[in-house]
Design a protein around this ligand. Structure first.
Ligand SMILES: [Zn+2]
Length: 562
């Protein structure tokens, strides 16, 4: 096993060493490749995990898993490494993992955005949304507040400045906290609260918060429903304009055996599913039912609720996001994809029933008190920092303090990291095990006359999902049926049938009703498909048959003519 710890985050060189160590130590299970280079030229690694003795990964149904497309969301990289470690340890010891890797494959991309992560993990960190490429303009801001660590303690906190028109005041119940001033309140001591940072060209009056010069959001750059800058910030100049996104889009689109995807992000402690831009009513009914069942299993195994982005995770009630990886995978590939937001500080603090994004706009003081208590007790006070004075180069004396968001919110603190990462591998293995899988039902050759044989090939889908995976994939003609081919021995010819015959899709068990009575009666063999050829051949030859489906794998069989 590579030397790996799950109470810390790894910078790029160490992460590179680890993924190669996995591949070197498990040559029968893991292979690492670069699928492209980041803006700054770092390789984007993908680890393919399957038992190669039972077939190549591209001939098996697969699940895509990635992390860290957003720069500061580094625990998602750890979630991918944790999955790799679980698979390596579990193969041969755990029945589900063994069966999963014998019959199926994972593609794991632990760090989609190595450049941005490198900034977040630097000794003097710089926190941006995504890529380090300047966007939309390649020039420095000349005025405004640049968010950064100004006192050199490795943290980026908040700055409070006394201001008679400030919106905040010291909380009467807990003087370390700030609370909003009442709508009609005057005459107290009030504060303005800014991010920790330097001011450029300050005129003594106006303070604007500079957006980072690196304004891209790589998870808005995917091709489905991509929108321009005036409609959605950070989406890039055109769909998949960014090298990191292009690498993913190319790899995923080229691997037609991918039946689902999970992109790890932080934070919220929730399993998010499409659509991001429209109501659940727009799903094919079967797709929504299936999405909900996969989500329910995820909730059972991880403890995280599963919700629709459109219905329960909007940044503003009137705005939607588009161009995210999971929406692209649903729209253009017709496979089930998820965004897993790791970690919920609120839940850790005992705030159980809250709305993930709305909570930041409006929540009771009681919640702040719970979070502060949690920081004091569980984090040894390292989450919420009491205010301390600092001589600001432009503003004079200010106070720094408040939440160390990168430490407590953006990712699980080190002591909780492994516990949190351990919530996901079970569900990912289950998600892959439900994929369609072609298996041989019957292959035979029957003599039907002098020198003629009827050759029959029948396959079945032993998976839970239908071979097409999502109904929308079928409706949008994104996936073709089972392809059967016959290879004849020397001196043989086909009397009927073509060497390649395309059959239809094969159903799984996903849509079976909860008990075998009622409206939807009968249990026909929609999980099987078969085809026939008549072959003229001298006795003693062997025909080679192959059945393959882009999403459900490959069956090969040889049948003697006797
Ligand atoms: Zn994210």
């Amino acid at each position: 096993m590579p030397e790996i710890q799950f109470d810390r985050f790894y910078r790029y060189d160490d992460l590179t060493r680890l993924v190669h160590a996995f591949a070197e130590e498990h040559p029968n299970l893991m292979r690492v490749e670069s699928i492209g280079k980041s803006h700054e030229g770092r390789d984007i690694w993908v680890v393919t995990v399957t038992n190669v003795a039972t077939g190549e990964a591209n001939e098996k149904p697969a699940l895509w898993v990635d992390g860290n497309i957003h720069a500061t969301e580094v625990s998602p990289s750890s979630a991918c490494l944790y999955l790799l470690n679980t698979l390596a340890n579990g193969y041969g010891n755990d029945d589900d993992i063994t069966r999963c890797l014998d019959t199926r494959a994972f593609y794991v991309c632990p760090r989609v955005n190595p450049d941005g992560a490198e900034w977040a993990l630097a000794d003097a960190p710089k926190f941006i949304r995504s890529s380090t490429r300047a966007y939309p303009y390649d020039e420095e801001h000349v005025h405004g507040l640049l968010t950064e660590d100004i006192d050199g303690d490795g943290r980026v906190l908040a700055m409070r400045i006394p201001d008679p028109n400030g919106a905040w005041k010291i909380c009467p119940e807990e003087p370390r906290l700030l609370v909003r001033r009442e709508p009609d309140e005057t005459g107290g001591a009030y504060y303005r609260v800014l991010p920790e940072g330097q001011l450029r060209d300050f005129d003594g009056v106006e303070i604007t918060i500079q957006p980072p010069k690196e304004g891209l959001d790589l998870n808005r750059n995917f091709p489905a429903l991509w929108r321009q800058e005036h409609e959605q910030h950070g989406a890039g100049a055109y769909p998949a304009s960014e090298p990191e996104v292009r690498a993913l889009v190319h790899f995923i689109a080229e691997h037609r055996n991918i039946t689902g995807g999970v992109a790890f992000h932080t934070f919220a402690g929730v399993l998010l599913r499409p659509f991001s831009h429209q109501s659940d009513e727009n799903f094919a009914a079967e797709d929504l039912w299936t999405y909900q069942k996969i989500g329910a299993k995820g909730t059972e195994l991880s403890g995280y609720p599963n919700i629709s982005v459109f219905h329960d995770f909007k940044y503003h009630p009137k705005s939607v996001i588009t161009g995210a990886l999971d929406d692209w995978m649903v729209a253009h590939l017709g496979v089930f994809a998820w965004t897993v937001e790791i970690w919920s500080p609120q839940r850790e603090a005992g705030i159980t029933d809250y709305k993930y994004i709305d909570w930041f706009r409006e929540h009771p003081l009681e919640d702040d008190l719970k979070l502060l208590k949690w920081s004091d007790e569980a984090l040894d006070g390292k989450g919420y920092i009491d205010w301390y004075t600092f001589e600001h180069p432009q503003l004079g004396p200010v106070e720094l303090g408040g939440w160390n968001e990168f430490y407590a919110f953006s990712n699980p603190p080190s002591r909780y990291l492994e516990r949190e990462l351990a919530k996901f591998p079970r569900w990912l293995v289950w998600h892959l095990l439900i994929s369609p899988r072609l298996e041989l039902f019957e292959a035979s050759a029957t003599r039907v006359g002098d020198g003629a044989y009827r050759v029959r090939l029948a396959v079945q889908n032993s998976g839970w999902l239908p071979t097409y995976v999502m109904k929308s994939a079928l409706d949008n003609k994104l996936v073709r049926g089972v392809v059967c081919e016959i290879e004849l021995p020397e001196g043989a010819s086909l009397a009927s049938g073509h060497t390649r015959q395309v059959l239809g899709q094969v159903e799984g068990r996903a849509y079976k009703p909860s008990s075998p009575f009622g409206w939807d009666v009968g249990d026909p063999t929609t999980d099987r498909a078969s085809t026939e050829w008549v072959v003229r051949a001298p006795e003693g030859g062997v025909v080679k048959l192959i059945a393959r489906h882009d999403r459900a794998g490959v069956v090969r069989v040889e049948v003697p003519l006797s």
